[in-house]
Design a protein around this ligand. Sequence first.
Ligand code: PEP
Ligand code: MN
Length: 355
Amino acid sequence: MAGLVPVSQWGLFPDGDRPFVVAGPCSAESREQVLEAAAALKAAGVGVLRAGLWKPRTHPGGFEGVGAAGLAWLLEARELTGMKICTEAGSAQHVMACLEAGVDLLWIGARTTANPFQVQEICDALQGTDIPVLVKNPVSPDLDLWIGAIERLQAAGIGKIAAVLRGFTTLEKTPFRNAPVWEMSTHLRTRLKDLPFFVDPSHIAGDVKYIKELSQRALDLGACGLMIEVHPKPQEALSDSAQQLTPAQFTRLKSSLKVRSAVSSDESFSSNLEMLRSGIDDIDSRLLSLLEERMRVSRSIGSLKKEYGISILQTGRWEAVMDRLRKEADAIGVDKSMVEKIFSIIHDYSVKVQE
Ligand code: PEP
Ligand code: MN
């Protein structure tokens, strides 16, 4: 198992650069677009250019990337700007093409991390190299799947690894494209203490309007790096158009971000506290969205009862619900009296919306 190497020793990011930033278009679309993005990002002080060549699309028929042909554009951008280059590898073939071209950094996408067969195939192709790899979280909030991908890389001899939180598909409604579930990063870092941690606010947000708050939140939680989508003309982008910043927006964002200074014992207290509080905020938001969902179902029950002329209050049903909840609370070690209090309030409001 390769030991984890701090990002400052990867030799990719400019000295003193904090946070570490990987930025660039979602997809490489043309030579001109890649070179224009690179020039603008170089001017904004970015050291590592990203652009997807092979795009994993949910539906067939979308823009699936320019493929290996785009490698030449990335190489030219590196040649012209001195930036390092980074792209997504989703198969052994992609890895081989990137290694042959001399790409500096790879990322494993969320859909790939979710598949151990694919991750293993990638790791086999990486064996014997020491290229740095960013591992996005899997699409579902499955911590072990994420950790498993990192372990496979380490087993293949890769030590320059960072995790990238890019949000999760959840049933709960959130304002974002992918729910951040910040506490997953807390759990991840508890399990793998030296693992560098990045956040990709673009894929969490799905919309440029949330990128600033998500980026700052990421830094407050102790992320050392950010991956951000920037496109010279976002409105014309062939993928992820709504979430890509213009270079000017990116420059403003970069200068607005506040990085917490290095650790003293006091600061480690406050950053831990911040992380835990963020976990609480997240859980509260999810409770709220579950309450909203519950009220909606309750309203539908109200309509159904009305249609069939059934009375709203059916005490037998409520007793059964409470009974089940008390048992479940007991089983998972939650205070029964708290559960009774909370659910009787929820029940009162539920009856109210049915009226
Ligand atoms: C991307 O970075 O453009 C991408 C496809 O990311 P993800 O795998 O996080 O969806
Ligand atoms: Mn994208």
